[in-house]
Design a protein around this ligand. Structure first.
Ligand code: DAH
Length: 339
């Protein structure tokens, strides 16, 4: 009878930490050659007058042992860290949701691919710029309103530093390298001190283009942009150039396409004109070339710049710019590939 108590306390002092030691526990105590069976086998040696009591105790031991085994087994089952030896490795893996590209990245990538096909390569530059690369070199006068604190984010540490307001600063950096001819597109994020609304944000993305060589003409500019619009939006889209003004180009123009939402019949997006502006462009101003050490008598060039958000909104018919930066997966999940 002491033997029964010994087995019980031995069971309780076993440390079962994984399924292997649980199985060892089962074999040691509950197996056909285990201690519980063995002590039951000793019943025949118990004197007759003690048999009844011993039988009751043995029965209790058996019930205790089964329940105890079940209890420690359940404890292990909840601990997934130690259940590795019970995993069925033939089961298919868990499906993790795949992320999708951001619509702005998708459209930016599509724009880049279109220009790469005709020999443009990607150039990048810093988002924190100095005044010269962002304004002065681009022929923006000292008193130009874009330089105002109301429009531009300045860095308080140094009055000469600012968050670039356009990627035209990358054009300057590339021209300064002096390697001609130059045929680049400059994608990137830009910043303006705007009140956030459905149509404006304090940051957005641009893709700029620049082509400098001998004998580059306005006809080359028109042809290049015409090719871009047809590749981007399809053959049926209407295109027009309107004269405009930028300090860094002369002559300058803005390009409109026929509204993709109402197909030209007039809606809110095109302000009932049937046309939507998509980019600014022009022949690079001789002063800008000279600022970068390029001989403006020998070289000419064209430049253009477009907002990626605008093009994305038109492509996917998104009406509110803020959706692009809210990171709501219900919105983002809808864009899995370039159309
Ligand atoms: N930098 C202009 C803007 O941010 C866009 C632009 C217009 C870029 C004409 C150019 C250009 O390169 O030639 O509004």
């Amino acid at each position: 009878m002491e033997r029964i108590a010994e087995i019980k306390s031995a069971m309780e002092s076993e440390s079962v930490t994984d399924f292997a030691s649980l199985e060892a526990f089962r074999i040691k105590y509950l197996g056909t050659k285990g201690l519980v069976k063995a002590v039951m086998g000793e019943m025949k040696n118990v004197p007759n007058d003690q048999k009844k009591e011993a039988g009751l105790l043995l029965n209790e031991l058996k019930i205790f042992a089964d329940a105890y085994f079940e209890k420690i087994g359940e404890g292990l089952g909840n601990d997934s860290g130690s259940s590795s030896d019970l995993q069925d490795l033939s089961l298919p893996g868990e499906n993790l949701p795949l992320g999708t590209r951001h619509p702005i990245s998708l459209i930016q990538q599509k724009i880049i691919r279109i220009f790469e096909k005709i020999g443009f390569s990607v150039a990048e530059g810093p988002e924190v710029e100095d005044d010269w690369h962002n304004f002065s070199a681009l022929n923006l006068p000292e008193d130009h309103p874009a330089r105002d604190m109301q429009d531009t984010f300045y860095i308080s540490k140094n009055p000469d530093w600012l968050l670039r307001t356009h990627t035209s600063s990358v054009q300057i950096r590339e021209m300064q390298k002096g390697k001609l001819p130059l045929r680049i597109i400059c994608p990137g994020r830009v910043y303006r001190n705007e009140t956030i609304s459905a149509r404006a944000h304090c940051f957005f993305h641009q893709v700029e283009g620049l082509y400098i060589a001998e004998n580059v003409s306005f006809a080359d500019l028109k042809q290049t942009l015409h090719y871009f619009v047809k590749e981007m939006f399809g053959d049926s889209v209407g295109v027009r150039l309107r004269p405009s003004y930028f300090p860094f180009t002369e002559p300058s123009a803005e390009m409109d396409i026929s509204c993709l939402i109402c197909k030209g019949s007039g809606c809110n997006v095109c302000k009932h004109s049937g046309w939507v502006e998509i980019l600014g462009c022009g022949m690079v101003h001789p002063k800008v070339l000279e600022n970068c050490g390029i001989d403006s008598n020998k070289y000419t060039g064209f430049a253009f710049g477009m907002g990626v958000e605008r093009i994305t909104m038109l492509t996917y018919q998104v009406k509110d710019l803020r959706l692009f930066s809210e990171n709501d997966v219900r919105f983002l999940n809808q864009f899995t590939s370039i159309q």
